[in-house]
Design a protein. Structure first.
Length: 364
């Protein structure tokens, strides 16, 4: 039995001795090569100079420059109706006419009375020349003429009130009125809005008040037309800042010749405070850690972390105001697993990011 244990011990000693000889013969350079980390594959992009804007974004509403609810001033039966929803009308067009026969007759009576008053006045003046009538009688007849003239004007107004005309050029709204319907005074007939230009109303935070000026460009988008930008300019500023919201109400004008935009519509507004040339990088290159912003740049096959300050944003791009130059090779892929000093291997841009992505950004 002790012979078997002796044989086992001899075999173990032989194995240990062989392993030691193998390790002593291994190439130290190969061992160091295995310990060296593998280079990370990255894609780079050089910063670019682009036109950037300092903008203020806000929720906005559209309003017509002129808007009114048309109502009747007198009671009467509708005898003429020229209301067609969505139709453009010109200032002075007759939209509704009520039965005006009584008003027309009243005007005729007043005109006859005025004519008679003038004849009596003219006769009295001729008689006054030879003192056949007193001056007081002439004055009384002159007063009667003036009263008749005023009564005629009042009758004309009452007749005119039977006709509802467009006070300005615009688009007619919905109406439930029919020919033959009897309308009471004050009945709302329809709405009228001028829509060739619309007012875009929104508010600017108080901290930007010093940079807001009339004439600054405004761009607006609508959920109804997601792929279209409507442009206008700032035309009015409020005189007071709201104490509740600490904002300044402003108003811009947007052209709407085709009438697609409608009063009351919700819009997203962007007010351009200033424009300039700025250094920009793809937005995925900028990393955040707390309040710190940084990027990685490739230098001599290694990654170097660089702290940056950012400014305005473009679709897919971020302005860098400090920390980079045009010559820096900014890493835009794979940087989330890098540390400063790591080895990197740069590949072609087209292999990492589709070219059409950048094309679409540049065209925006």
């Amino acid at each position: 039995m002790w012979k078997q244990w002796l044989v086992a011990l001899v075999l173990v000693g032989v194995v240990v001795a062989g392993a030691g000889v193998y390790l002593s013969l291994e190439d130290p350079a190969d061992a160091e090569a295995e310990d060296e980390p593998t280079a990370s594959t990255v894609n780079i992009s050089a910063p670019e100079m682009r036109r950037v804007r300092d903008e203020v974004s806000a929720v906005a509403n559209l309003n017509a420059m002129d808007a009114v609810a048309l109502t009747t001033e007198v009671s009467g039966r509708v005898v003429e109706l020229n209301l067609q929803t969505g139709r453009k009308v010109q200032q002075g067009d007759v939209l509704v006419r009520l039965d005006d026969r009584q008003a027309t007759a009243d005007l005729a009576v007043i005109e006859a009375q005025l004519a008679d008053a003038r004849r009596q006045y003219d006769r009295a003046r001729s008689l006054r020349a030879n003192n056949s009538v007193s001056q007081s009688q002439v004055d009384e007849l002159r007063t009667a003429v003036d009263v008749a003239i005023a009564q005629r004007e009042a009758a004309r107004v009452r007749l005119q009130n039977h006709r509802i005309e467009a006070p300005f050029s615009g688009v007619v709204g919905l109406s439930d009125i029919s020919v033959g319907a009897y309308l009471q005074a004050g009945t709302v007939i329809t709405t009228l809005d001028s829509t060739d230009q619309l007012e875009l109303n929104f508010a600017v935070p108080e901290r930007f008040v010093g940079q807001v000026q009339l004439g600054q460009p405004v761009r607006a988008t609508s959920p109804a037309f997601p792929d279209e930008i409507f442009e206008g300019e700032l035309v009015e500023l409020a005189t007071r800042i709201s104490e509740l919201s600490r904002t300044l109400a402003v108003r811009a004008l947007i052209d709407n010749p085709d009438g697609r935009l409608r009063p009351g519509q919700f819009m997203s507004a962007s007010l351009t405070l200033q424009e300039r040339e700025g250094l920009v990088v793809p937005e995925q290159a900028v990393m955040l850690r707390g309040d710190q912003k940084y990027v990685f740049v490739a230098e001599d096959g290694q990654a170097r972390r660089v702290s940056v300050k950012t400014g305005s944003r473009l679709p897919g791009w971020v302005e860098v105001t400090d920390g980079l130059t045009m010559e820096d090779a900014v890493i835009i892929t794979g940087q989330d697993r890098l540390s400063s000093g790591n080895r990197v291997r740069v590949i072609e841009s087209g292999l990492a990011i589709p070219e059409n992505r950048f094309d679409s950004v540049q065209g925006s």
